[in-house]
Design a protein around this ligand. Structure first.
Ligand code: S3P
Length: 166
């Protein structure tokens, strides 16, 4: 099986979908932000706040490269900005991964961002998040598979559809 990479905007449910999909497919799951946190001893949010976004992106890219080189095929949830970097898309492509974009309406993502306990330094205000969402959307569209979450669709159904798309 080709490794599956899950991408999409902050709050679209990448980690949750990756875990559920991996369980269905009976393969390992990896969350890139968790790998970064474990290795750096700081969360992506802390790294962005304390070191700046460019330094975080470099760490993110290196971690992605090492992760893709070392893990067996499975499901990998990216952070929302990882797919935006061309270098990362090339790494994902070279490893033969299948990329899946979780296309979730902005208002749904924002609703989760604003109520979440997790700090998202790049989406602290609605304006900031919306601008980023619009700018990134055409790049998410480059993913192999476009999984659009229907209004009111439950997670199980969404996962089944993704499974069929794969
Ligand atoms: C980011 C998304 C975050 C995290 C970091 C940067 C982004 O992950 O990697 O705060 O640039 O969109 P989630 O998409 O899991 O929130």
């Amino acid at each position: 099986m080709r490794p599956i990479v899950i991408t999409g905007f902050m709050g679209c449910g990448k980690s949750k979908v990756a875990r559920a999909l991996a369980r269905r497919l009976d393969v390992p799951v990896i969350d890139l932000d968790d790998v970064i946190t474990a290795r750096q001893g700081r969360t992506p949010a802390q790294l962005i706040t304390e070191e700046g976004e460019p330094a975080f992106r470099e760490i993110e890219s290196n971690t992605l490269r090492e992760t893709l080189e070392s893990i067996p095929a499975g499901v990998i949830a990216l952070g929302g900005g990882a797919w935006i970097e061309e270098t990362n898309r090339d790494l994902i492509d070279q490893r033969g991964c299948l990329s899946v974009w979780l296309d979730v309406p902005f208002e749904v993502c924002w609703g989760r961002i604003k109520t979440s306990e997790e700090d998202r330094p790049l989406g602290r205000t609605r304006e900031q998040a919306l601008k980023l969402y619009k700018r990134r959307k055409p790049i998410y569209q480059l993913a192999d598979i476009h999984a659009q979450r229907m209004a009111d669709e439950n997670l199980e159904n969404f996962i089944s559809r993704i499974e069929r798309l794969i």
